[in-house]
Design a protein around this ligand. Structure first.
Ligand code: G6D
Length: 339
């Protein structure tokens, strides 16, 4: 297992990790994952040619670290300790993914540590309150670790100067199909699959979840079954959003996604996983946009978007200067014959 560093134009650095049958690439731009391959199968969407032009601003956030706040905050406003904060309206009336100066579009500093059985890339940056209009300046480390067992782990470590909201995540799109054909054939599974319904403009405005395991009488559900379900609650949501774009609560933060050949296991200490099945791919006018609806899915491990407007001062995304922030998520890929 070894790492090589490749400097591209425009300040982009690619860090390639080779672990025999799997290869994974990260970049300093947005501390993002660029590609992940199992033999010659690309299991994530994005920069297949690994060209820097790919990262011109686009609305899809491929593989990026997203924050300081992942997901939408309704009406781009929230109250904390009696003070009202007004954020940038970068998604209609709402704020999405922390605004246009978010973590996805900045160059991180980095350090690579090759250890026994694993390689770590420690990315660092700061977010100032003046960058995104949230209170508090944040010092952040995003640590990507890749290990011999083909497991990619992301750790976030942060401190803030003031009480604020912090809800980072990674926006990688997976697709386990050999030709990256539609993900409808993939199954999601967990001992609990509770889906939070969305209201207008994809905003989470209710904590009354839809229990998919009960509706389907199974803990393993194919995306296609969800997309075509005649259950009125599910159908209403699928008709509104052309697929899944919903926060889930899963058992112990553990779930799996599989197709015929591969299983992807996810484990997180975050309370929710937002699954987004890439429902509208039309908003990026570029030759790089080769994507059809449902050509990938995300597993965004985070606190439920808009938590501050749902739970007020009990919102899990609130952090304070006296308590450093830490969270950890791992994604592990298996070929089925290996299990
Ligand atoms: C997030 O949930 C959102 C989607 O609605 C959005 O389109 C995407 O990011 C870019 O996953």
């Amino acid at each position: 297992m070894f790492a090589t560093v490749e400097k591209q134009r425009n300040g982009i650095v690619l860090i390639n990790i080779d672990n025999e049958e799997t290869k994974i690439v990260f970049t300093n731009y947005g501390a993002r994952i660029v590609s992940w391959k199992y033999d010659d199968n690309s299991i994530v969407l994005g920069n297949i040619v690994e060209a820097d032009e790919f990262y011109e601003p686009n609305p899809f956030f491929f593989g990026a670290t997203v924050g300081r706040y992942g997901g939408r905050i309704a009406n781009a406003t929230f109250e904390l300790d009696g003070k009202t904060y007004h954020l940038e309206h970068n998604d209609g009336a709402h704020n999405i993914h922390g605004g246009t100066n978010g973590l996805d579009s900045r160059f991180f500093d980095y350090q690579i540590e090759e250890q026994v059985g694993q390689i770590k890339i420690i990315f660092t940056t700061q977010i100032k309150s003046t960058d995104d209009y949230f209170p508090g300046d944040i010092e952040l480390k995003v640590i990507h670790t890749y290990d011999m067992d083909h497991k990619w782990t992301i750790e976030y470590e942060a401190t803030t100067t003031e009480k604020t909201l912090f809800n980072p995540m990674n926006h990688v799109y997976f697709n386990l199909n050999r030709d990256n054909n539609m993900i409808d054939n993939h199954y999601i599974s967990s001992n609990k699959l509770a889906m939070y319904p969305l209201g207008e403009d994809n905003i989470v405005n209710s904590t009354d979840t839809i229990d998919l395991s009960t509706i389907f009488n199974s803990n393993k559900i194919q995306f296609k079954e969800l997309f075509t379900s005649e259950n009125p609650k599910i159908k209403q949501q699928m008709d509104m959003f052309n697929g899944v774009d919903h926060p889930f609560e899963v058992e112990n933060g553990e779930m799996a996604v599989e197709n015929k050949r591969f299983v992807l296991q996810v484990k997180t200490d975050m309370p929710n996983i937002v699954i987004f099945t890439f429902n509208d791919t039309s908003s990026w006018d570029s030759d790089f946009n080769i994507y059809k609806a449902h050509s990938g899915f995300t597993l965004e491990t985070q606190c439920i978007p808009n938590d501050i407007n749902l739970y007020g001062d009990k919102a899990p995304s609130i952090i304070t200067p006296d308590q450093p922030y830490y969270s950890k998520t791992s994604y592990k890929i298996f070929e089925k014959a290996d299990i």
